[in-house]
Design a protein around this ligand. Structure first.
Ligand SMILES: Cc1cc2nc3c(=O)[nH]c(=O)nc-3n(C[C@H](O)[C@H](O)[C@H](O)COP(=O)(O)OP(=O)(O)OC[C@H]3O[C@@H](n4cnc5c(N)ncnc54)[C@H](O)[C@@H]3O)c2cc1C
Length: 419
C-alpha cells in the first residue's frame, strides 16, 4: 500500500525504465513512460541476453593499463578504439583507468553484487503475470578457457567472485565435452555456475513487459524529453516537444544518453559508450546448451529463439560514428573458432552502446537538492541482469520506503556539481 499516489514520468523504455514502471504501477502510482524511439529500441534490444549474476568484476581490473595498448594494436583482441575519437575520450578514460586497482575493483564488485546477484529471481518477480515470463530461462552460465593455465590467469576475478558469495564447479577435457560437445577441442576448460539464466529474446521481452504496462493503464509517449521542470527544489514536470507534462517525480532511465538530462539536474557524470556488437546465426546448425562466455574473445554465446546470438567486444568511438567492420569480423572469426560447426541460414549484425560511468557503478537514487528527480542509468555490461532490481529499488524510493540495502554507493550525489 502506498501513502501517497504520485504521477511518475519515466524517461527511457529500456530494461531499467520498464522495470521501474512495472514496480511503480504495482505500488499504485500513475506511470507515464516516455521514449523517443520505443520500448527496447536502445541497448536493451541487442545485448547478450545473459542474466549474468556473477559478472561483478568490472573491466577495470589491476593490470588493464599494461595490457590495453597491446590489445589496441591487434585486430585479434576484443578491444578497439576509433582513434579520431581519442581526444574526446581522454578525460573519461583517465578517470576510468584510475579505478584499475585492487581496492577499487573490490569496492565495485561489492557494489554490483546486490544489484545483479539474484537476477533470475528478480526477473521472475518482475515478469510474473505480465505474459513475458516465457522469455526467462533458468540455466547454467559457463566461462570457457583454452585450458587450466588460461583459467588460472583470471584468478583475480574468480577470487573476487568467491569473496562475493559465488560458487562454481570446473569441467576439464572430457568432462567439458560431455557437458556440451558443440565447442572446439581447443577449448579444454570451463567454469560452470548454476542459478543463472538467459532471456531468449531481450528486445521482445522488454516490449512484452511494456505492452503489459500499457494494458494496465501506463501511458506511453513517443517523445524526446528535453528537460525536467523544477519549482522550489521539487520536480513538477518534464518538457518534451515544447510542451510540459506535469508529474511529481521523474526518473532518468536514459542509458548511455543520460548525460544531457543529468547535466540539467546539476550532475556531471563521466559517462561513455562502450560500444559492443552482436552477430546472430539464424536457424543455426548447432545450439549450445547454456549461455557461455568465451574468456579469450570476451564475448558470450547465447541460445535464443530461432537463432544463436554472439555478443561482446568493447570499442570506444562515441555515440555518433557508424559501426566498425573490424569488431564484427573478429566476432565472426571467433564464433567459428569456438564452435567449428556453427552455420546459419543467414547472419545478422548489430551494434549497441553500453552506458559506462567511469567508476563502473550504476547511478541510482534521488538527485540531492531536487525532490522527485531520480536517476537509474549507467549499468555498463550488466544492465539486463540488474535492470529489475534497479527498477524495484527506484519504486521503493519513490514510494518513500527505505530499501533494505545501503544505497549510498549508487547515489548520484557523487556527481553533484558544486554551486
Ligand atoms: C553487445 C552487448 C552485449 C551485452 N550483453 C549483456 C548481457 O548479456 N547481460 C546484461 O546484463 N547486459 C548486457 N549488456 C548491457 C545491457 O544491454 C545494458 O546495460 C542495458 O540494456 C542498459 O539498459 P537501459 O535501460 O539503461 O538503457 P537502454 O536500453 O539504452 O534504454 C534507454 C532508452 O532511453 C531512451 N532515451 C534516451 N534519451 C532520451 C530522451 N532524452 N527522451 C526520451 N527517450 C530517451 C532511448 O531511446 C532508449 O530506448 C550488453 C550490451 C551490449 C552492447
Amino acid at each position: 500500500m502506498i501513502t501517497e499516489r504520485k504521477t511518475v514520468a519515466i524517461i527511457g523504455a529500456g530494461i531499467v525504465g520498464v522495470s521501474a514502471a512495472i514496480w511503480l504501477q504495482r505500488e499504485g502510482h500513475e506511470v507515464i513512460l516516455i521514449d523517443r524511439k520505443g520500448p527496447a529500441e536502445g541497448t536493451s534490444y541487442g545485448n547478450g541476453g545473459v542474466l549474468a549474476s556473477c559478472s561483478v568484476v568490472p573491466v577495470t581490473t589491476p593490470g588493464l593499463i599494461a595490457k590495453a595498448p597491446k590489445m589496441l594494436l591487434s585486430a585479434d583482441q576484443p578491444l578497439f578504439l576509433r582513434y579520431g575519437y581519442l581526444p574526446r575520450l581522454l578525460p573519461w578514460l583517465r578517470k576510468y583507468l584510475a579505478h584499475a586497482n585492487t581496492a577499487d575493483t573490490t569496492r565495485i564488485a561489492s557494489a554490483l553484487t546486490p544489484i545483479i546477484g539474484d537476477s533470475l529471481e528478480d526477473h521472475t518477480a518482475l515478469a510474473a503475470g505480465t505474459g513475458a515470463e516465457g522469455y526467462i530461462h533458468p540455466s547454467d552460465y559457463l566461462f570457457i578457457y583454452d585450458d587450466r593455465a588460461h583459467f588460472a590467469s583470471d584468478a583475480f576475478g574468480w577470487n573476487l567472485r568467491r569473496a562475493n558469495g559465488f560458487h562454481w564447479d570446473e569441467l576439464e577435457g572430457a568432462a567439458f565435452r560431455a557437458y556440451d560437445p558443440v565447442f572446439s577441442e581447443d577449448l579444454n576448460f570451463a567454469v560452470r555456475l548454476g542459478d543463472h539464466g538467459r532471456i531468449s529474446d531481450p528486445g521482445a521481452y522488454v516490449q512484452a513487459l511494456a505492452r503489459h504496462l500499457e494494458a494496465q493503464g501506463t501511458r506511453f509517449l513517443r517523445a524526446d524529453v528535453e528537460d525536467v521542470v523544477q519549482e522550489n527544489g521539487s520536480v513538477t514536470g518534464i518538457r518534451a516537444g515544447g510542451e510540459t507534462l506535469a508529474c511529481d517525480a521523474a526518473v532518468l532511465a536514459t542509458g548511455v544518453w543520460s548525460g544531457p538530462l543529468a547535466k540539467k539536474l546539476g550532475l556531471k557524470v563521466p559517462l561513455e559508450s562502450e560500444r559492443g556488437y552482436h552477430l546472430e546465426f539464424w536457424e543455426p546448425s548447432v545450439m549450445p546448451k547454456s549461455p557461455v562466455m568465451i574468456a579469450g574473445g570476451k564475448f558470450v554465446i547465447t541460445p535464443m529463439e530461432g537463432r544463436v546470438r554472439l555478443a561482446g567486444v568493447v570499442e570506444f568511438g562515441g555515440l555518433e560514428a557508424q559501426p566498425s567492420r573490424a569488431p564484427l569480423d573478429l566476432l565472426r572469426r571467433n564464433a567459428v573458432k569456438a564452435i567449428p560447426g556453427l552455420r546459419g541460414a543467414h547472419v545478422t549484425e548489430w551494434m549497441g552502446h553500453r552506458p559506462a560511468p567511469a567508476d563502473s557503478i550504476p547511478v541510482i537514487g534521488e538527485v540531492p537538492g531536487i525532490k522527485g528527480a531520480f536517476t537509474g542509468f549507467g549499468h555498463h555490461h550488466i544492465g539486463l541482469t540488474g535492470g529489475p532490481k534497479t527498477g524495484r529499488l527506484l519504486a521503493q524510493m519513490i514510494s518513500g520506503r527505505q530499501p533494505n540495502i545501503d544505497l549510498n554507493v549508487y547515489s548520484p550525489a557523487r556527481f553533484k556539481k558544486a554551486g
